[in-house]
Design a protein around this ligand. Structure first.
Ligand SMILES: [Zn+2]
Length: 418
């Protein structure tokens, strides 16, 4: 039995409410709830939001934060990221993922999709830190049939080990990109995902170079290439999707493919700015928001990501009415949850108790004429005071247990990358 939690008089949609949490779920939200609880949280001066959903990241890349900044994508990957990643141990990834979880908790994220290596080490970190995660098994074959077989064995091994073994962790597939994964392996992964009803996420249509190489190598653009391979499905989400034309948007919509926008990474790597949020939403595509990894973003702050997504979208479209604050909050909560196939991202009775209390007694929320506007445009992750996930309190008064040890471990381990 978990302690029963009662949050008293917290602001929700402009009104003070009480929120009762029993076991892993929100039991009731009402003007007042006259019951005794094991833990009572004073919500006065705070507002509640659903826990944010980071729909695309590489958690343990916290270890590589600040390495290889100010470089284009391919040289950055080849010279700085891949050689350093080859030196990572299970224990490095465990501590890197713990730091990522710490950073996410401190900025209000309660669920994330992670594409990385040493997946059991990340799973261990997620279990201990109390978040929810969809762990994508990273697949590469570099067009080598031997590596493709190795990748398939790895998928089967990790599926057996991780899938369905923990209530807060989902196993999924993460083929890296069309320039690192062969069509044959993509088709095998697609069949595996259909057979076991598990999600797939791939980096796609991220740069102009990727598009022109796809045209040279496969005779068509990235989305059309996946379409001809027959691997588009409702299980699939694409990270980035910066370079898609009208017909490709229709193709994605027809197949129920979802898209995750990563504005900070797209700007920092100068991949592009013209993410077609409005057209995708109009076509019925689910669009979520991700931070991408800490070496391309360089943090995991989803409140900052919402602001960047909105401002970037307004700027390139020259349309101040596009990508509103409330659309961004929806993308970063409900929509992200739907993309990850998780029942979270909503404040309602019966839903998992995944939520954050935001401190209203700070300059960013003063005055507070419009809470969502202040949250997206004025605040950043540091406004988050309390985080609850799956009915457990992960942070209270901005303190996360074990924080010092995580910082110490990562500082020491990161020495080897200098
Ligand atoms: Zn990524």
């Amino acid at each position: 039995m978990k302690p029963r939690i009662l949050i008293k008089q917290v602001e929700w949609e402009g009104q003070p409410v009480d929120i009762l949490i029993e076991e892993t779920c929100i039991r009731q939200i009402a003007r007042t709830i006259p019951v005794a609880a094991d833990i009572e949280i004073d919500g006065r001066g705070k507002a509640v939001i659903p826990g944010l959903v980071n729909a695309h990241t590489h958690a343990a890349m916290t270890l590589l934060r600040g390495i290889g900044d100010d470089m284009p994508l391919m040289p950055w990957l080849k010279e700085k990221i891949w050689p350093n990643e080859a030196r990572l141990t299970d224990e490095d990834v465990y501590w890197g993922a713990k730091l990522a979880c710490l950073e996410m908790i401190k900025s209000g994220t309660t669920a994330f999709a992670d594409m990385y290596y040493h997946l059991p080490a990340t799973a261990e970190a997620v279990k201990e830190m109390g978040l929810r995660a969809v762990l994508l098994c990273t697949c590469f074959d570099r067009f080598d049939p031997g590596l493709a077989e190795k990748s398939k064995r790895e998928v089967q091994r990790l599926f057996a080990r991780i899938h369905g073994n923990h209530p807060r962790i989902r196993f999924a597939l993460g083929p890296h990109a069309i320039y690192t994964v062969s069509g044959a392996l993509l088709q095998w992964l697609h069949a595996f995902s259909e057979e076991h009803a598990i999600a797939i996420q791939i980096h796609l249509a991220e740069t102009e170079e990727e598009v022109s190489n796809a045209v040279k190598q496969f005779g068509c653009t990235p989305v059309r290439y996946l379409h001809t391979l027959g691997v588009l499905s409702r299980q699939l989400s694409i990270a980035h999707g910066l370079y898609v034309d009208d017909e490709e948007i229709r193709i994605l919509a027809d197949h129920g493919v979802q898209v995750v926008h990563n504005p900070a990474s797209n700007m920092k790597l100068a991949s592009g700015v013209a993410f077609r949020f409005v057209e995708m939403r109009k076509a019925g595509i689910m669009v979520g928001i991700g931070t991408d990894g800490c070496s391309s973003s360089n943090n995991l702050d989803m409140i900052e990501a919402m602001k960047l997504a909105s401002l970037l979208g307004k700027a390139w479209r020259k349309d101040p009415e596009a990508l509103t604050a409330s659309q961004m909050l929806y993308a970063a909560t409900e929509q992200g949850a739907d993309i990850l196939q998780l029942k979270t991202g909503r404040m309602a009775a019966g839903y998992p108790a995944d939520l954050c209390l935001v401190d209203l007694h700070i300059p960013a929320f003063t005055p507070n004429h419009n809470f969502v506007s202040n949250l997206v445009y004025a605040a950043n992750g540091s406004c988050v005071d309390t985080v609850i996930c799956d009915g457990n309190i992960l942070m209270r008064n901005k303190k996360v247990p074990g924080e010092e040890e995580i910082l110490k471990q990562v500082k020491t381990r990161a020495q080897k990358f200098i």
